[in-house]
Design a protein around this ligand. Structure first.
Ligand code: AMP
Length: 118
């Protein structure tokens, strides 16, 4: 799911603009959080900065990076006790939507999440 035309709005910009429907769980002036359409965990949310960057390492301002992660942890704690945050960077890192976002995954309820020494 690449953004073939770099001038075209990304999928997530279109969600912010309400051109594509999504289950929005949080929104402020700078961020939106939605439910992932193809969840990889019982609870799977995406925290998306409205200011477009292609991938996480394009964000070089510490304040901007900090606010993104603070929003992710705030949204995570609103929905989950324990959780995992994931960022895919680039095709080789599993990124499919080239608009920076943080995955919030959780809700395994005692079952083990996949990976990390399980
Ligand atoms: P990534 O692979 O890190 O780029 O993650 C992109 C995520 O966006 C995937 O987990 C997809 O399931 C999710 N996704 C794709 N299209 C939509 C959509 N229309 N609404 C919500 N989530 C989506």
């Amino acid at each position: 799911m690449t953004n073939a035309d770099p001038a075209a709005p990304t999928l997530f910009e279109r969600i912010v603009a309400r051109q594509i429907p999504a289950q929005i769980v949080y929104e402020d002036d700078d961020y939106i959080a939605i439910r992932d359409i193809a969840p990889k965990a019982p609870v799977h949310l995406l925290v998306i900065p409205k200011r477009v960057s292609t991938r996480i390492d394009e964000i070089t301002d510490a304040g901007e990076m900090g606010r993104l992660w603070l929003t992710a942890t705030k949204v995570a704690r609103e929905h989950l006790g324990d959780y995992r945050l994931v960022v895919n960077a680039g095709r080789g890192g599993g990124q499919e939507v080239f608009h920076t976002h943080i995955h919030i995954l959780g809700g395994w309820e005692g079952a083990s999440p996949v990976g990390f020494g399980q």
